[in-house]
Design a binder for this molecule. Structure first.
Ligand SMILES: CC(=O)SCCNC(=O)CCNC(=O)[C@H](O)C(C)(C)COP(=O)(O)OP(=O)(O)OC[C@H]1O[C@@H](n2cnc3c(N)ncnc32)[C@H](O)[C@@H]1OP(=O)(O)O
Ligand SMILES: CC(C)C(=O)C(=O)O
Length: 510
């Protein structure tokens, strides 16, 4: 196995994400977690950029043990001196100096000739070597640079004392085949190539940062520069967790390993997301909320039978809880039954049928069916009386300047009856319309509504108590729409009243 070094630049290139500014305390907290994660190098910042950045790099150099602490510097005297001063307390320290090598950058931005660029690079590497033994040289925009010019400048940088050579695809222009070709060509042709680490630093402008880094590893790169959650300038950098887990999961192919403790990946991702305020998309590989969740029936059934049918990694290996089954409109009977069994409900095939049908009805109207929804569903179904009256349709009009009016269609033992009524509120109107339809008007003694979970997505669970003479019944109804759950609860109670199921004598107050 080849050992690939992980160079984390969350605190430098990651912090270049628009809208992100970390305080020194926050940077130290992230750096300590990166050390626990086991990265080889932490690029702690760009000390010349600001007094705050200098202070953060300095504190990381003082307080964080384990990884090499690197600081970025242009090929400028003041930058290199400031970087050297900032990392001075670290046990292992690196100065990372860079200059652009693409024609457009040299001509338009730096306004320098290629010869001047080479001269500046050589000078900077030698000057940095005066402070530290570990110097990284990067050819900014290497992805759009002439390969032979890169061979030339890298050869000279190595001769000047650079110990790591970085090939950045600064603007995310590369594609894996071409990038692998470029990296392979450079390593093969640069004098002194064997004595240094070969690094890549890729950006995600075309969504290829990770795959370009992996292609470079195949072509001989020994270090990958990346960030937690893939944050960074513009569309971001190669995501550390994706690079690491790709190398780990496909070690059969890459024949390479990193020193990262993968079980710390999720925790690190959460910390970076919290402190930077950059939300991790739910579908983000490895660390997104859905990365280890299964929603569809066929997948859930497969995973229940053998996890590896739909999982290429265990969630635990990246520090997350085991894969979760999310119940929704695509779920099937196997996952539904398993979820109920986990809640302690022994459900036979006969009972499963109507329960599953109602679950699908609810799931069609609700994004996710929660544990609380399931409990309410089973309890509702189990205490249900034979359906003499069944709700077929319901329409309600209400508003600030409208008298609420409800129209209901109810199936009775003999017929389908449609009735309408007005009321003090939409529920009152519905209850009056149902009473007319079924020819019963018991007293509504109690009405209670609860949301099964928080949020506007919750199912509304309604409980009503009706009284007719000395007989009392309670009814329950649940649905995503609270007027519908009110109607269902009322009809459930009416069914109990006429069937006698669950009916009891009222206890009169003395
Ligand atoms: C690809 C990357 O991600 S590189 C890192 C990018 N990160 C950052 O820029 C964040 C921190 N940057 C900063 O705080 C500021 O840009 C500073 C402090 C570095 C410089 O600020 P200023 O002196 O005001 O210069 P400004 O940023 O406007 O322009 C950059 C200057 O550096 C020069 N420059 C750019 N890269 C290099 C280099 N590698 N070596 C030497 N000079 C360089 C530019 O040509 C320009 O010089 P000029 O003023 O002679 O035209
Ligand atoms: C400084 C270099 C490595 C960089 O960030 C880039 O080229 O994107």
């Amino acid at each position: 196995m080849r050992r690939i070094k992980i160079f984390d630049t969350t605190l430098r290139d990651g912090e270049q994400s628009p809208g992100v500014a970390l305080s020194p305390d926050e940077k130290v907290a992230i750096a300590k977690q990166l050390a626990r994660l086991g990265v080889d190098v932490i690029e702690a910042g760009f000390p010349i950029a600001s007094p705050g950045d200098f202070a953060a790099v300095r504190r990381i150099a003082e307080e964080v043990e384990g990884p090499t602490i690197a600081a970025l510097a242009r090929t400028a005297k003041a930058d290199i001196e400031r970087a050297a001063e900032a990392i001075e307390p670290a046990a292992r320290r690196r100065i990372h100096t860079f200059i652009a090598t693409s024609p457009v950058h040299m001509e338009k931005k730096l306004r320098m000739t290629p010869d001047e660029v080479v001269e500046k690079a050589v000078w900077a590497v030698k000057f940095a070597r005066g402070f530290v033994d570990d110097v990284e040289f990067s050819a900014e925009d290497a992805g759009r640079s002439d390969p032979d010019f890169l061979v030339r400048i890298f050869g000279e940088a190595i001769a000047a004392g650079a110990t790591t050579i970085n090939i950045p695809d600064t603007v995310g222009y590369q594609v894996p085949w071409k990038f692998a070709e470029l990296v392979g060509y450079i390593i093969e042709n640069t004098p002194g190539a064997d004595g240094v680490d070969w690094s890549v630093h890729t950006h995600d402008d075309l969504g290829m940062a990770v795959v370009n880094s992996l292609a470079a590893v195949r072509a001989g790169a020994t270090q990958v520069e990346c960030t937690i959650n893939g944050i960074g300038e513009r569309a971001g950098n190669a995501s550390l967790e994706e690079v690491v887990m790709a190398l780990y999961t496909r070690r059969d192919f890459f024949e390479a390993e990193t020193g990262v403790n993968t079980r710390e990946l999720y925790r690190t991702s959460q910390l970076v997301s919290r402190l930077t305020g950059m939300v991790v998309p739910p579908n983000k590989a490895i660390v997104g909320r859905n990365a280890f969740a299964h929603e569809s029936g066929i997948h859930q059934d497969g995973v229940l039978k053998a996890r590896e049918t739909y999982e290429i990694m265990n969630a635990e290996i990246v520090g997350r809880e085991a894969a979760v089954m999310v119940l929704g409109k695509h779920s099937g009977r196997h996952a539904f039954k398993k979820a109920l069994a986990e809640l302690g409900y022994e459900i036979g095939d006969e009972e499963l049928k109507p329960l599953f049908a109602r679950f699908k009805e609810i799931a069609d109207r609700k994004k996710q069916v929660t544990t609380e929804d399931l409990i309410a569903l089973v309890e509702d179904e189990r205490t249900r009386a034979p359906e003499m009256f069944k709700l077929l349709d319901l329409q309600v009009h209400s508003g600030l300047a409208l008298t609420p009016v409800a129209t209901v269609k109810v199936k009775t033992p003999d017929d389908e009856v449609t009735e309408a009524a007005t009321g003090d509120g939409p529920v009152d109107a519905v209850y009056k319309a149902i009473s007319r339809a079924v020819g019963l008007s018991p007293t509504l003694e109690r009405y209670r509504i609860e949301a099964t979970t928080g949020g506007t997505e919750a199912l509304g669970e309604v409980m009503v108590r009706l009284r007719q003479g000395s007989v009392v019944v309670t009814g329950r109804g649940i649905a995503p729409d609270i007027v519908e759950s009110s109607a269902r609860a009322y009809l459930d109670a009416l069914n109990k009243l006429v069937s006698g199921v669950g009916a009891r004598e009222a206890i009169e107050a003395p």
